[in-house]
Ligand binder design. Structure first.
Ligand code: PLP
Length: 398
């Protein structure tokens, strides 16, 4: 492999000049045989680690039986998975798709139907500054990042944006902007710099939604399925949303997304109003079923809470006094270390010098999303390697 990116791929990504060939748990090996420690899990996707034997077996067994039949027919694995996810999430019905953006598109279509039923001519969805909901045209418009919008205007209308974690701002929007029918938010803003919203804020939003007949729609694409130390991020606040979206960890790398709903929101679609060719096929649903098996058996949400405490404590010990570190925050195994300056190049440096996979969001926040199956020694190892990288930031003139 040449060190240059392929001229036959659209240059939509800033890629590191490394390719991995195989993995095992939290470890990866590149094409030269070098071993790495994975502290990002494919950006919150491979929560069970790489090459999990049960996932591999489920894929192989189902591939030999039946991959796809179409949603023209009943699909047993989809029905079973829908029931199981709804039980975990406190929801009633599921719609399956293939990605986080599609799950959010589904939620946004539900919001429009909800508005239409209430005879709102121009339904609006309340969204947050610094949010991330995907790259399709609707989810891009919902995303609170002007840099991601640039060049793709006109944006889809129907969104009212407020500062996150600010209940007064949401109440003010309710009083001023006519036609709001739903709220869409993340419980921890992932791409937005690893910013958890407060439990009081979520409870306040729930009350506001109840008072106004808005749908409370929670984007759990990154936070869901144990990542934050609960099955779903909203469970920390003890609230029940109306709509929940999932993807990333649901297939441990096999593409699958889901939109769950309860109450009237679960009954809005009628046949022909929404669909997906691949969504919820037997293979994807069996893989997700197996992911839930492994997560439940290993009590991985609780494990994420315990390991997350350890990770935060160790990071604070190791980096709390670092001259460029301004904040260390997180929930479960979703942790951010904010620096006082842009540090995008740390990703390449960590790879090269410490063989550690990290990401940097919003320019200045290092984001750690280790697999939920890693052990205590690996957590400590992540801190040790990251500590060494950051010790060098002054030397490298960051
Ligand atoms: C990753 C992400 C998405 C988009 O998911 P895709 O599968 O890339 O479409 C949406 N919302 C949140 C919170 C995410 O982290």
């Amino acid at each position: 492999m040449t060190p240059h990116p392929s001229p036959h791929l659209m240059p939509a990504y800033a890629r590191q000049p490394i390719a991995f060939e195989r993995g095992e748990g939290a470890r990866l090996w590149d094409t030269h045989g070098n071993e790495y420690l994975d502290a990002i899990a494919g950006v919150a996707v491979t929560s069970l680690g790489h090459a999990h034997p049960e996932i591999a077996a489920a894929i192989a067994e189902q591939a030999a039986l039946l991959l796809h039949t179409s949603n023209v027919f009943r699909i047993g694995w989809q029905e079973r998975l829908g029931e199981r996810l709804c039980a975990l999430a406190g929801m009633e019905r599921a719609f399956f798709c293939n990605s986080g953006a599609e799950a959010n598109e589904t939620a946004l279509k539900l919001a429009r139907l909800h508005g239409r039923r209430a005879q709102v001519a121009l339904p609006q969805v309340l969204v947050m500054e610094h949010s991330f909901h995907g790259r399709t045209l609707a989810t891009l418009a919902a995303t609170g990042n002007p840099a991601a919008h640039a060049g793709f205007e006109p944006l889809l209308p129907g969104f009212v944006r407020v500062p996150g974690n600010d209940l007064d701002a949401a109440r003010q929007a309710a009083a001023q902007a006519p036609g709001i029918v739903a709220v869409l938010l993340e419980t921890v803003q992932g791409e937005g710099g690893v910013r958890p919203v407060g439990a009081d804020y979520l409870r306040g939003l729930r009350a506001l939604c109840d008072a106004r007949d808005w749908l409370l729609m929670v984007d759990e694409v990154q936070t869901g399925l144990g990542r934050t130390g609960q099955w779903f991020g909203y469970q920390h606040a003890g609230i029940a949303p109306d709509v929940v979206t999932l993807a990333k960890a649901l297939g441990n790398g096999f593409p699958i997304g889901a939109c769950l709903a309860r109450g009237p929101a679960a009954r809005l679609f009628s046949p022909g109003q929404h669909g997906s060719t691949f969504g919820g096929n037997p293979l994807a649903c069996r893989v997700a079923w197996t992911v839930l098996d492994v997560m439940e058996r290993g009590q991985l949400p609780r494990r994420a809470a315990v390991l997350g405490q350890r990770l935060l404590a160790r990071l604070r010990e190791r980096l709390g006094g670092h001259p460029h570190v301004v904040a260390i925050r997180g929930q479960g195994l979703m942790v951010g270390i904010e620096l006082d300056r842009d540090c995008q190049e740390l990703m390449g440096l960590a790879l090269e010098r410490e063989r550690l996979l990290i990401t940097v969001t919003r320019g200045a926040t290092i984001r750690l999303l280790p697999p939920l199956v890693c052990d205590e020694a690996q957590i400590d190892d992540i801190v040790e390697r990251l500590g060494r990288v950051l010790e060098n930031v002054i030397e490298i003139g960051l």
